[in-house]
Write a protein that binds this ligand. Structure first.
Ligand SMILES: [Zn+2]
Ligand SMILES: [Zn+2]
Length: 266
């Protein structure tokens, strides 16, 4: 098992020390984990940077990496909250440090954090979804320095009274454009099992999006739990593999030093 989306207490929304996560991963027989703590530049209306201190982050990762090197492989990644005007800042940040893996996620739309600010906005679900997918397209057109797009339909967590499984067709054209851009750029798509913990019926992405990615020729998939507590590491990994197999994928990918390596789905 390989978990490529994990938050320790270097993220503002996690209290889990790295070592507790590592121990939980070893207990569950994970082979490789990659910490992907949050860096969200200008995350709020007040333009606060929500991030860790990189040197402390790498020092602590290296500490557990060395201590547990016989039992598990530990990698250093980051989940960046992308906004189009921040592309140069993120480019410089990522290239200043030796990350193994970079997830690009969209946590804010037009300067408003989806979790903190947007949920209370007046927009209806259709407008919210349109804005969100347009924002992903904008980000993809200005930024390349990442490996996978995180939780593509994560906005579903924040729209209530909308049947996301049945009423999604109207957004599939935009989603197809996003998937095509990812494929053209050689970037991957993350399967994020955390969705189930938010009361959604499916992982991110929902099967129809994953199927479309496959049909368009997409191959690069990573699996991540989006754990913010130690016990969630490796969450529903086998179910994710099963779903990928059903859609027709034969491999998932892991990343080391920003290079991808295929792992056969058993
Ligand atoms: Zn995220
Ligand atoms: Zn995350």
């Amino acid at each position: 098992m390989y978990d490529f989306h994990i938050h320790s207490d270097f993220s503002i929304d996690s209290k889990a020390p790295m070592e507790s996560i590592v121990k939980s991963a070893i207990d569950k027989n994970l082979r490789t984990i990659c910490f992907t703590d949050h860096v969200d530049f200008e995350a709020t209306k007040e333009k606060l940077d929500l991030m860790f201190r990189p040197l402390d982050y790498f020092r602590d990762i290296n500490r557990v990496k060395y201590k547990y090197k016989e039992q598990i492989e530990i990698l250093s990644g980051v989940e960046i909250g992308m906004q189009p005007h921040l592309s140069n800042r993120y480019y410089d940040f990522i290239n200043a440090y030796g990350f193994d893996f970079v997830i690009m996620s969209i946590h804010s739309i037009e300067g408003m954090d989806i979790f903190y600010d947007f949920a209370s906005s007046e927009l209806g679900p259709e407008d919210t979804l349109n804005l969100y997918y347009d924002e992903i397209l904008k980000n993809l057109s200005v930024f390349d320095e990442f490996d996978v797009l995180g939780h593509i339909d994560f906005i579903d967590r924040y729209i209530s009274d909308f049947d996301v499984n049945r009423k999604y067709n109207q957004f599939m054209e935009k989603i197809e454009a996003i998937l095509k851009m990812l494929i053209d750029k050689g970037k991957g798509l993350e399967v994020n099992t955390g969705a189930l913990r938010y009361g959604l019926e499916n992982f991110h992405p929902k099967p129809q999006i994953l199927q479309l990615y496959k049909d368009l020729g997409g191959e690069i998939i990573t699996i991540g739990s989006d754990a913010h507590i130690a016990t969630h590491v490796g969450y529903e990994y086998k179910a994710a593999e099963r779903m990928l197999r059903e859609v027709g994928f034969k491999y998932i990918y892991v990343f080391r030093e920003r290079r991808k390596f295929p792992i056969q789905i058993l």
